[in-house]
Structure formats: C-alpha cells, structure tokens
Ligand binder design. Sequence first.
Ligand code: F6P
Length: 471
Amino acid sequence: MSKTIIVSNRLPVKITEKDGEYVLNPSEGGLATGLGSIYRQGYNIWIGWPGLEVNEAYQPQIREQLTEMNLMPVYLTQEEINNYYEGFSNEILWPVFHYMSVYARYEQVYWDYYYQVNSKFRDVVLQVAEPGDVIWIHDYQLLLLPGMIRAEAPDVAIGYFQHIPFPSFELFRLIPWRAELLEGMLGADLLGFHTFDDSHHFLNAVTRLLPVNASANVVMANDRAVIAETFPMGIDNAKFEELSDDPEVLRQLESLKEAFGDTHMVLSIDRLDYSKGILQRLQAFELFLQLYPEYVEKVILYMIVVPSRDTVTQYKELRDAIDRLAGSINARFRTINWHPINYFYRSFPVETLAALYNFADIGLVTPMRDGMNLVSKEYVASRKHNNGVLILSEMAGASKELQDALIVNPNNIGAIARALHEALNMPLQEQTRRMKQMRQVVAKFNIAHWVKLFMARLQEVKQLQQSMLAR
Ligand code: F6P
C-alpha cells in the first residue's frame, strides 16, 4: 500500500536534553497540527532532524521512541548543524530570501555541508520510499532534496512547499549556487508558495537561469511537467476559537483585565529575527507617543520576542539592539505608574498567547518581509467579539488575504504611528465590519483546507504527467 512521507528540517517534536537524558514533547506548531492528519495515519511517516545533536549512544533509543510516533530521525553532527542549518540555511538562504542580502555570507563550506546534509536526508527517505509513495518536502533547508530523490526514484510523486518568500530574480541571482538550487527544486512535481508573487519570482528565476521551457506556471524539466502554484497557508482556526473559551485562557484574561484595566494594549509577538521589523516597530511606537502625547499612560505596547537562532551573530546583535531601544523608550516616556513597553524575551504557553490575543485592542504585525505570518491570523481567529484592529505589513504574505487590516509599509515609521492612532480611534462598527471579513477568510482557508488542497493538486499533477506521456 502506498504511503505519504513528510520531510522537513525539524521533526514536529521538541527534544530537550538534561544531564544526558532526552525528553520528547510533541510540538504545538500549526504545521505539526495540520500535517498530523497525515503522518499519524497507517504507514505514513515524518522524517526530520530532532533539533539538536544527539549523543550516539542514545540514538537507537530515541529512534525507537520516535518510530512509535510515526517519526524518523535524521541525526546531524554539530559541524553539520553549524554549516548546513546555521550556515547555508540561515546565513545565506534566509537573508537573501528575505531581501536582506547584506547579511549573507557565501562560504563554500556552507554549501558543501548543505549538499551533504541534503544527501543525508535523501538516504533516509530512500530507506522507506517505495514506488507509488507521495513525498511532501518542506522549506528552504531542503531545496536540493526533490532533485536528489528524483534521481534515484524517478516515479514517486514529490511535492515541495516553501514557507518563506521566494525573492525577486535580482536577489536570487546573487547566490553562487543559484542554478543548483533551482535544479534541486525542479525534482518536485508540484512546488507550492504562499503568494502569487513568490511563485512568479520562482518561475522567473527558472526561466532566466536554466535552459528549460516554461509556459505560464508549467516548467518542462527533462520532459516532466513541473507545476508552480500558490497555496496560502492557514492556521488551526478551530483551536484558537476554542481557546477563547478555555477556562485557563479566561482566567488569564481576567488577570490581564485586572492588571491593565482601561489601558489600551497593542500586541506584538514574533520570533527573534531581523526580518520581523522589531526595531522599526519600536521606533514607530516611540514616534506615536511623541506625536500623540494624549496617549501617555493610556496605551502600552506588549511585546513578546521568542528566542530563536541566537547562536547566529546577527540574531545576538539584534537582541542587544532591541534591549537598548526598548529600555531607552521606557526611560524617556515612563511615569511613576506606567511603562509604555512591556517587553518579554521568552516563549509563552499557547493559553497565555490566546489570552493576550483576546485582550489586545490592536495586533501590530509589521515584518520587513514574511512568507505568510501566522500571528496575524491567530489574532484574527481569537477575536470572537469581532472587535479589535489588525495593523499588518504589506510585506507579509498574509496581507494578500487579510485586506481589511490597516495595511502599512513597515519601513514607513510615520505611517505605522498614524495607523496606531487610526486604530485607537476606529469606531466599533468599522472594527466589526473589518474583523468579520477577516475572520471569515481565516476560518475558511484554515490549515486542514491547505493540506487537502495541496495533496489533491499533487495527485492531479501526477495524472496530468501520465496523460502527457500517453499522448
Ligand atoms: O518561517 C520559516 C520557519 O522555518 C518556520 O517553519 C519555523 O517555525 C521558523 O522559521 C523557525 O525556524 P527554525 O527555528 O527551525 O530555524
């Protein structure tokens, strides 16, 4: 019987190590939930890295525990983690794909390891893949994998989804290994992107850099039709709707009401990342307080930054810069009873996030560049009373769907400050009109819908290829 194999850099589990003991906890992320309906069934399986270097002596034992959860590990050495994950993935692909190419470091050794680790993933996939199987590969850490699998197993169905933006050709061409990356991607039958612009940029790069024929969204790669299409990813909407009525969330919501009373809350939640525009957002909040001093003591910015990739230099530097700027704004504007910014550098349980989404009058989501941005959708899904205002960057994929947000250019500090003022003064009726529209979109195009659509389309593409062969 054929099966589905999901492959991503990280497995949907968090493994932590303490004094040589490893503890496994299922991840609560949206992708893990969405794909749960697939990988937990029958012989289906999810292949990926457990997220840390596992001592060799413990590898068989962890493999066994993972097998019970339909998961299969790709173990990486510390050198591989440094050069493939932190190096090529996060110091080349991440900055270039987020239009921040000045941060890229094109080291040959990063490429060598990227190739090596993608081959390692291929070997693990080939241990389990059989003719007729469907393989769904996720994200930029594994761009070479579709091609590597295709070379060994020409008939399997391979889907690839890119969770981050695909940059314009002028950015993508900067990468020394650009042609190899595209050839790797073309090993897939169906390539999915969050927005039309991303898939268009991909197709443009392919036709400019490779000797292939393409028409509309179909590329002919070695006589095989490869299709690039848009699949905007959704969230587990039902989960956030249910959380809004969860007793623990309601208890935390009461505590927030007690702590902040009538103070308006502007909520900002991100992973630590220079693509998220955190410094510009702080500058915009500072400008807002300067332009509209009547809001002193009446508004707070509640800012959560979730630690991430903090072994990479630029991330460490960004963290220091956020500390300094948040501190200086607080020092400039604070009064005896009020701090303008409540800043947290840590992660919180989903119940706390849900309580904040429910409490905050404004969701402020202003990335410099973001594939989709699921926080904006989680905020909308949590607004069960249809009030509140979302301020959203036009550089986030989500802005293509959530058009009733106040859309801003994240580089325009003045525009963000004015949007904050507009949001705080928006009549309830207008808030409701906008929020209802956005809630309909988020509810309909949820994560289950996204998974179903992608899988169905992959099947159609396979059929299309067969009918082309028969002609
Ligand atoms: O947005 C892309 C992404 O890879 C997500 O899938 C992931 O949650 C996030 O970036 C953080 O990635 P990681 O911690 O695995 O580098």
